[in-house]
Design a protein around this ligand. Sequence first.
Ligand SMILES: *Cc1c(COP(=O)(O)O)cnc(C)c1O
Length: 500
Amino acid sequence: MDYGMAIGIGGCVSDTSLLRLIPKVDVLLSSPALDDVCSRFPYEQVREYARDYLEVLRKNVLTGKMASVPSVDEIAADILDGLDLGENYSLRRVINATGIVLHTNLGRAPLGEEVSRHVAEVAAGYSNLEYDLADGNRGSRYSHVERLLCKLSGAESAMVVNNNASAVLLVLDTLCRNKKVAISRGELVEIGGSFRVPDIMERGGAELLEVGTTNKTHPYDYERALGQGAEALLKVHASNFVMKGFTESVSAGDLAKMAHQHGAIAIFDAGSATLFPSELLGIPEAVDVRAAIRDGVDLACFSGDKLLGSAQAGIILGRKGLVDRLKRNPLSRALRIDKLSLAALEGTLQLCLTPKEAISRVPTLRMLAMSREDCADRAKLLLDAISSEGQGVDARLQDVEDEAGGGSLPGVTLPGCAVSLGAGDLGARGLERRLRQSAVPIVSRVHDGRVLLSARTIAEDEISLIASAVILAMTESPGNGWQGGGGYVTSQRGHINSQQ
Ligand SMILES: *Cc1c(COP(=O)(O)O)cnc(C)c1O
């Protein structure tokens, strides 16, 4: 990089003599101060990280954000902190303070303790993924969850694939290729990204028969399609929007009855579903997929990492003959589920055998089930932690409306509670950015010029970490190149992000 040029272009006033105080990466790495770091982490990893670090340091000096250069010892400490915190990784843990439980951009469902432990164990060693320990022969990866899924849902058979989009594709490709499939015009939806139901039906080779209208679809609309030779009726749950007013749709159960009268099958993409009565969660709007199976739907599929609260997976339940055909489709090999997701799924499903246990141990369910009072209690703990660490900080409790998110319960708001922070000169956007650049990044919301930290999605053991990060972010002066987080590596790297 040509610093002279950079200064010229940027037009920033900076002290170029400071630049000379920044060590070269090889000089830094050969300094005894880094012996400790180099003995703990692979050399190339330290080198890459140190190079990034020095690069940001240079940028900050050039843009006048930094008035002095840290000593080699300080740099060594920062690098050690940074590597300890996993800052060398691109994919990292963050704290979700948005109050959106299944945040699609933040990895949807977090796993609970016992499930994470099971995943770690399977990950770290060999496993009987496709090995039958009883007879010493090849086994099936589906066997680890199939029995559990059948028991929990009442379905005859089950299989799992990579995600629910894969599940829908596999079902259509196997059962609907070159066949007429009827779907309500109100359900030709886009789920997110580029997953659009009509497109995926085309990919699956199905001939689309649109029935009904956007707002109303009646049983006779499907009857007509069946009369025109539809061999499957597809129902897609409206996961990410609500229709209000003059609307009508046909239930999965009624769809199944009509289909069966004409020798057709009924398929239900439930999107996000639970495997126990949704009232237990306090959210009656949630789809209880058991009901669809009980009412005769031939195949139902849903995501593993939405309301089920497990890993990314597509769960398919239904009649044995149909599921067997899915398993035989060569496409299933391309869409197959990974062993780590399978371990997470088995762990979560075992908890679901006792719904009460599931609600207390599956983080997604626990957070969804939190009452406003539970949220207020947690927010109060955070407020107290912040107030005790920093005097005179502008922080108070505020009622908020949280969401399930992740295309799960559109239109359902969950009354919650947040710690609301006034950011002063820094501005709410500035504070929000600094929190995002903390040692463990905190993702928050800005509302009415204040930063909101919603208690629902914050774990109790994250409270003191958040309090320290908040104090650090609020008390450093705004003009100064911000030195926050566990050291200042974090904020340095944050500056890279915010500049690019
Ligand atoms: C979320 C969703 C999908 C996609 O599921 P993924 O597990 O994200 O692949 C498909 N259909 C519906 C109705 C959904 O809500």
